[in-house]
Each structure stands twice: as C-alpha cells, then as structure tokens.
Design a protein around this ligand. Structure first.
Ligand SMILES: Nc1ncnc2c1ncn2[C@@H]1O[C@H](COP(=O)(O)OP(=O)(O)OP(=O)(O)O)[C@@H](O)[C@H]1O
Ligand SMILES: O=c1ccn([C@@H]2O[C@H](COP(=O)(O)O)[C@@H](O)[C@H]2O)c(=O)[nH]1
Ligand SMILES: [Mg+2]
Length: 228
C-alpha cells in the first residue's frame, strides 16, 4: 500500500474509534439520565412515614408517591385478586407479605406513570427478600437516592398507633398485632436500615417531635437532591 494511503487508513480508523467512543459515552449518559429516582421511607409502625410523605407531596405534586402497605391493602380489597386472602391473613397477623407480591404491585404502580422521574416509596423494603426481589425486578430502571429513616422510640410509636386504631379501621392497629409488627420491625427491617447506612444511603430524622418540625428537616433532605 502506498505510504499516503496507509496514513489515510490510520487516520480514518482513529476518527472512527473516537466517534464510537463518543457515541457510547453519550448513550451511557442518556441511559443513566433515564433512570427513575427513588427514595425509600422506613421507620417503625407509627413513626410517621405516611404523615411525612403526605406533607411532602402536598407541596410537591411532581413527586410520585406509593405506600407499599396501601398497595397491599388495595389489592386485598380487590375482589378479583387471587392474592387477596393471603394478603389479608398476613397483614392481620402483622407478618410480611411475600416479596414477589409486594414488588410486583410496586412495579405496576411505577410503570403506570411513564412521565414520572421521582418516586417516594413508603414502608419498603421491610426485609432482605424485599431488597433481593426489588434488585432483580427494578434496579435496572430505578436508582435509589437514599433511604429516609424516621427514628422514634417504641413507646411513642405504640401510643400513636393505639390512638390511630380508634378510627383507622386497620385490622393490625391493636396491641396484640402491634407486638408482632414491632418484633418483625426489629428482626427484619432494622437490619435493612443498617444496610443503607453501610452503603452511605441513609438519612436519619428524629421523628419524636411535632410533625411540622420533622417535615422541615425532611424537606431539607429533599432539597439536597433537588426534588423540592
Ligand atoms: N410527629 C408526630 N407527632 C404526633 N403524632 C404524629 C406524628 N407523626 C404522625 N403522627 C400520628 O401518628 C399516627 C401514625 O402516623 P403514620 O400513619 O404517619 O405512621 P406510619 O409510620 O405510616 O405507620 P404505619 O407503619 O403503621 O403505617 C397517626 O395518627 C399520625 O397522625
Ligand atoms: O413492604 C411491605 C409493606 C407492608 N407490608 C404489610 O403491610 C402491613 C402494613 O404496612 P404499613 O407500612 O404499616 O402500612 C405490614 O405490617 C405488613 O403486613 C408488607 O408485607 N411488605
Ligand atoms: Mg403508614
């Protein structure tokens, strides 16, 4: 091959390599951008998860909000659901529902809002199985920004739930089932909270304070990730 032709081939190959690398870089950036952002909210029964999420989304309707417990209760109430009886039995005993059921409900809920990019998820993941199935089904489309942990003493949570039970109509808002819910919270959910801590993805807020005070601190954390 004449010397000049060789130069042209080498230069063309160089340009093509750079262009391919640039294209792949841009595409990977675009894919990353398309990931949905997720914040999980954990805390014991009565720590104020639902209350704080409602206050946050009332001011920020661009945030999509799903409560795992609410999705399960809605599925339980769905007469055509084959899983309703099992969900009812487990919730009424203060036990966790199989992860495949809960994560499928969450995935359907998330998929039902194609426009959304920010998802606030209350009361999930409650145990290791929840984490495993979430990772299998949703980690390729969702990026977990952090887990908000509402830290509250058990006696305060107990008082709040007993009070809420007077009007909530929830089959699990009574002393007997609450004991089981607290036990499972300590055994299964607290280790998940620790796991987020080890991954430096935990934001803890003291929840034994007036709602508005807790909310102000919560708002601050969401400001940091530019959700509000
Ligand atoms: N900071 C607070 N101070 C006083 N009462 C509160 C506070 N936050 C929530 N509550 C009350 O405590 C009860 C439980 O709150 P909430 O339903 O938000 O808890 P939760 O963490 O979602 O509980 P669960 O896990 O059982 O769904 C409610 O009646 C709520 O009004
Ligand atoms: O990921 C989850 C979330 C909830 N459950 C079941 O629902 C009840 C009520 O949940 P709340 O968050 O308190 O509304 C909980 O006690 C579990 O039985 C679940 O199994 N998995
Ligand atoms: Mg709740």
């Amino acid at each position: 091959m004449p010397f000049n032709n060789q130069k042209v081939v080498i230069a063309t190959a160089g340009v093509l390599t750079v262009a391919t690398a640039w294209f792949l870089y841009k595409r990977s950036k675009a894919t990353k951008k398309a990931l949905k952002e997720v914040v999980f909210v954990l805390g014991g029964p009565g720590s104020g998860k639902g209350t704080q999420c409602e206050l946050l989304i009332a001011q920020n309707p661009n945030i999509k909000f799903f409560s795992a417990g609410d999705l399960l209760r809605a599925e339980r109430a769905n007469k055509s659901s084959k899983q309703g009886a099992l969900i009812n039995d487990l919730i009424s005993k203060g036990e966790f529902v199989p992860a495949s059921i809960t994560v499928n409900l969450l995935k359907n809920a998330i998929d039902s809002c194609p426009e959304g990019s920010k998802y606030l998820i209350d009361g999930f993941p409650r145990n290791l199985d929840n984490v495993r199935v979430w990772d299998e089904m949703l980690s390729s489309s969702c990026s977990v920004k952090f887990c908000l942990f509402l830290d509250c003493p058990e006696n305060v949570m107990m008082e709040r739930i007993i009070e809420r039970g007077k009007t909530s109509g929830r089959t699990d808002d009574n002393r007997e089932v609450l004991k089981k819910r607290f036990k499972n919270y300590v055994k299964d959910t607290v280790p998940i909270v620790r796991k987020f801590g080890e991954q430096e993805k935990l934001k803890k807020v003291e929840a034994d304070r007036p709602m508005e005070v807790v909310q102000r601190e919560v708002q601050g954390l969401f400001k940091e990730i530019e959700w509000v």
